[in-house]
Design a protein around this ligand. Structure first.
Ligand SMILES: Nc1nc2c(ncn2[C@@H]2O[C@H](COP(=O)(O)OP(=O)(O)OP(=O)(O)O)[C@@H](O)[C@H]2O)c(=O)[nH]1
Ligand SMILES: [Mg+2]
Length: 162
């Protein structure tokens, strides 16, 4: 998938569906939705994958940590007048269940790979993940975006040095 997504206007979800699936289906978005993609969010434990998703979809942030096993979210967007449904899979950074990770990779159209800018190990982990994704997909032509998270901690560090 090499589609370029321009400006995304997103809605804040206000409903929690069955099976832990968070949905935001307005009549308007259902009527016009005609593109659907599955995005899988991966990265080491505690880098902030769930926090990014919760902020993006629901405008919510909590400093409390609760580990994820696996959670599917859904967002409906309008991109240049075209309805877009994103199924966003939040994964566990712990990789306790490698078979589950392989299935997630197989099912994805695109990936968001998250690391913590204050922890170099989490960036190294992304390299391994990238290799696993290429291997599982059988191609290196895979849509992925790398996100460096927790940049606020870098700003705090430089403030302290001054
Ligand atoms: N300072 C700071 N803390 C953050 C940021 N994003 C997330 N956190 C905190 O980091 C911790 C881990 O965040 P999560 O979003 O749960 O991390 P995760 O990658 O989903 O972790 P797993 O589900 O275990 O893989 C939480 O206590 C968050 O509040 C950020 O941008 N800055
Ligand atoms: Mg999580």
């Amino acid at each position: 998938m090499n589609d370029t997504i321009g400006v995304i206007h997103y809605h804040i979800a206000d409903d929690f569906g069955e099976n832990g699936v968070h949905r935001h289906d307005t009549e308007d978005s259902i009527a016009t939705s005609n593109v659907r993609h599955k995005i899988v969010v991966m990265g080491a434990a505690k880098v902030g994958k769930s926090s990014l998703i919760n902020q993006f979809l629901y405008n919510k942030y909590t400093p409390k940590y609760k580990r994820t096993v696996e959670e599917m979210h859904q967002g409906n967007f309008s991109v240049a007048g075209v309805g877009l449904t994103l199924d966003i899979l939040d994964t566990s950074g712990a990789n306790e269940f490698p078979a589950m990770r392989a299935l997630s990779i197989q099912s994805a159209d695109a990936f968001i790979l998250v690391y913590d800018v204050t922890d170099a190990n989490t960036f190294c982990e992304l390299k391994l993940l990238r290799d696993q994704i290429h291997e599982t997909k059988g191609t290196s032509s895979v849509a992925m975006v790398v996100v460096g998270n927790k940049t606020d901690l870098l700003i705090e560090d430089s403030d302290r040095r001054e």
